[in-house]
Design a binder for this molecule. Sequence first.
Ligand code: IPE
Ligand code: IPE
Ligand code: MG
Length: 255
Amino acid sequence: MTAMPTTPARNVPRHIAVIMDGNGRWAERRRRPRAIGHRAGARAVNLCIDFCLEHGVQALTLFAFSSENWGRPEEEVGALMRLFLNALDREVDELERRGVRVRFIGERGRFKQQLQQRMAAAEAQTAAASHMTLVIAASYGGRQDIAQAARALAMDVAAGILRAEEIDETAVAARMALADLPPPDLFIRTGGDQRISNFLLWQLAYTELWFTDLLWPELDTATLQRALDDFASRERRFGLTSAQLTDANPEHLSA
Ligand code: IPE
Ligand code: IPE
Ligand code: MG
C-alpha cells in the first residue's frame, strides 16, 4: 500500500528544486574521504523525498551531478558513479511502491552504458507512478540545457517544421528540460554558498530562492519546514505591483 500524500495546503510549492551541496565539507570536517560525505548525503535524499511526499509537493528536482563535476578528481567521480548505481539498485522498488515517478535530466550519454541502462530501467519501472515526480539532474548544466534547446529549434527550422519567426518563449520552453512540469516554485541550496552553479538557468526565472548553511548530510525536517514556511510568507509579484495581486488575478497569487 502506498501512503496517500496529504492534500496540498495553499502556498505549498508545487515543484521544489534543490542543490544538494556540502557533502565534501561534511566529510572533510570529520577527516574522512569526500566519498564518505556523498554516501552520508544519500540519507538526506530520502528525508527530502519523504518530506515532499508528506506535504503533497508534485515535483522534486535534485541536482546530483553537474556538467562541471566531471572535472573533479577521478577517484571522487568514480565513487559517485558507484554510489548512483547502488542507489538505483537499492531504492527504485521502494520509490515505485510509494508512487514516485523517477526521471533523469542531463547528458546521460556521458555515463557508462551500465548506468544509462539502470537509469532507463528506473524510469520505465516507475513511469506509471502518480504521487510525485522525482527528477534527478545528473551530468546536467543549465547552459547545456539552453544550448540543446537552441539546437532542437535550429533542427526543426531546417526540417521545415518551424519557421524562425515562430521562435518565442513558448517554443524555447517546450524544448528545455522539465518542459512538462510546472516551473520550480522554490529553490533550496544547502552548504552555505548563495549561487546557482549552472543549475536550471531558464526554469528558475521566477523561482523563490532559499539558502541554508547546513551541509547536505545534516539536512533535517525542521530545516525543510522552515523553507516551506518562508516560501508561504513571500509575495510573488511576477513583475506586477502588489496591488495587482488581488483575487481578480488569481494566477499571480503565490504558489
Ligand atoms: C555536492 O557536494 C555533491 C556533488 C557536487 C556531487 P559537494 O561534493 O560539492 O560538497 P562540498 O561543496 O565540496 O562540501
Ligand atoms: C553544485 O554544487 C552541483 C551539485 C550539487 C550537484 P558544486 O559544489 O559543484 O558547485 P560550486 O562548485 O560550489 O559552484
Ligand atoms: Mg559543492
